[in-house]
Write a protein that binds this ligand. Sequence first.
Ligand SMILES: [Zn+2]
Length: 158
Amino acid sequence: MKVYNFEDNHPLSGANLDEQYMREALKLAQRAFEEDEIPIGAIIVSNGKIIGKGYNLTERLNDVTAHAEMQAFTAAANFLGGKYLRDCTLYVTIEPCVMCAGASYWTQIPRIVYGARDEKRGYSSIHDKIIHPKTTIVGGVLESECAALMMSFFRNKR
Ligand SMILES: [Zn+2]
């Protein structure tokens, strides 16, 4: 699902801007990959500035809640000094799971951009009402790069 305006071709706006930020999230996913964690990365952007970052750390922390998005939410809330992430966008390389989608609801974040869909554990396969009704979702940004990292990770595991 894309909601871009076709006239929005300025190098630092719309789709291009989303791709630029998704590349930052992909760098974090790559770092997770190098640490033998499931390669998912996330950033939170507010007014053109990255205010929170995270990548999956469930192995290192022995914590099933240590998803990239959860850490990025916590970092952004700490940066802002408040729990609500209004005026922010979450960029995450893979579609959020129900836990992270549920957390995003509580942050009231107005926009979520993800790379590749997660057919098995992605929130939309389970129940798309988990997302806050005012949150806009954009999927498929740098989808093939985001998915390729996951595929090579799981290929190495078998
Ligand atoms: Zn999650």
